[in-house]
Design a binder for this molecule. Structure first.
Ligand code: SF4
Length: 356
């Protein structure tokens, strides 16, 4: 990279750098192209809590299968959830689908073109509304996520810990937006945070803001932003039941639509609680009677706010199994890859298949 030089952090030097070093991303309009709001929206929803490299194959598959917001709105929710499996935070996929339907039903398939209109849609919070408004519609909106917070806190040597520093960072960002290129500015900040001003070892030597960066000048850049003390995630425990019929099909159950992993399929489970379950106390939650065997070890998973260990109790039924309840489904394991199974459940399935 050939570095640019400037006396203070400013949009012009950042944009000059962006014009030469921008990342080529599948949802991004190339120079001279008009951004497609559907692509921008789809990518921003996928990028919530997920890294760019992980999102790219999902984005391409979604676009191939549902090339327009109308196509996505017309899709079966289960198909959308199944295609989403592995990206995590399934409520996002449900809201993605609801949002597509709202855009088609209420706006004739055209996304609202400002932050307020976007924010009113399902699954679009302040950051995402700002990002879409800026990138898709060139509105002078701030898209401040963790990356941008880091870059701006360093550039202006903001030592107030997060989240208290958010307001100052947002004001600095808004004040810097160039009226002629808000979308490029938002993407340039994202790229700077992703490729140069990285969390560890910021590459100040090739940064367009290296001369004017207050954090670098003060020698504190790598220590910014100052994070509030991290809370330990509580540990929860559950016990799931691997109930296999004579023909090899396994019982799955659909979770309630609302709440964590809403609408996804899982192995029937006890409630989750703070202490591990003994098999005997878990059995009243079993979906069928039988001689259950507790498998050694647990399947582990981490959600944003807590960690979960799932023990697995396994049984093989001789007959056809219990009559399925309204949320129950029998599936053979060969069909699992095509089902809307959250990562937690996939881990529990792997454990059931390997720990026996
Ligand atoms: S800390 Fe370094 S990489 Fe980050 S904005 Fe300042 S000069 Fe650029």
């Amino acid at each position: 990279m050939v570095p640019e030089s400037t006396s203070s952090p400013c949009a012009a030097s950042l944009l000059a750098w962006y014009d030469r070093h921008r990342r080529d991303l599948p949802w991004r309009a190339r120079p001279g192209e008009v951004a497609d709001p559907y692509r921008v929206w789809l990518s921003e929803i996928m990028l919530q809590q997920t890294q760019v490299q992980a999102v790219i194959p999902y984005f391409l598959r979604f676009l191939d299968r549902w090339p327009t917001v109308e196509a996505l709105a017309a899709a079966d929710l289960d198909a959308v959830l199944a295609a989403w499996a592995g990206l995590g935070y399934y409520a996002r996929a449900r809201r993605l689908h609801t949002c597509a339907r709202a855009v088609v039903a209420d706006f004739g398939g055209s996304f609202p073109d400002d932050e307020a209109g976007l924010r009113a849609l399902p699954g679009i919070g302040a950051y995402t509304a700002g990002a879409i408004a800026a990138i898709a519609f060139d509105r002078p909106a701030a898209a401040v996520d963790g990356n941008v917070e880091r870059v701006m806190a360093r550039a202006y040597a903001i030592e107030t810990p997060l989240p208290a520093a958010k307001t100052a960072i947002r004001e600095r960002t808004l004040a810097m937006i160039p009226p002629d290129r808000p979308g490029d500015f938002a993407q340039a900040l994202m790229d700077l945070g992703a490729t140069v001003c990285t969390p560890r070892n910021p590459a100040c030597g090739i940064c367009p803001w290296r001369d004017g960066c207050a954090g670098r000048r003060a020698g504190i850049a790598a220590d910014l932003p100052v994070a509030a003390p991290r809370k330990l995630r509580p540990q929860k425990h559950g016990l799931v039941f691997w109930v296999e019929r004579g023909d090899g099909a396994v019982l799955l159950r659909r979770r309630p639509d609302e709440g964590l992993l809403g609408g996804m399929l899982e192995l029937p489970s006890t409630p989750w609680r703070e202490s591990p379950w003994a098999l005997k106390e878990a059995l009243p939650h079993a979906p069928a009677t039988g001689g259950y065997r507790l498998l050694p070890g647990v399947a582990r998973h981490g959600f944003t706010h807590f960690l979960i260990d799932l023990a697995v109790a396994s049984v093989r039924l001789d007959g056809p199994g219990p009559a399925p309840g309204p949320d129950d489904q029998w599936h053979r394991p060969e069909a699992f890859p095509g089902l809307a199974l959250p990562t937690l459940t996939r881990r529990a399935i792997r454990h059931a298949q390997t720990a026996g």
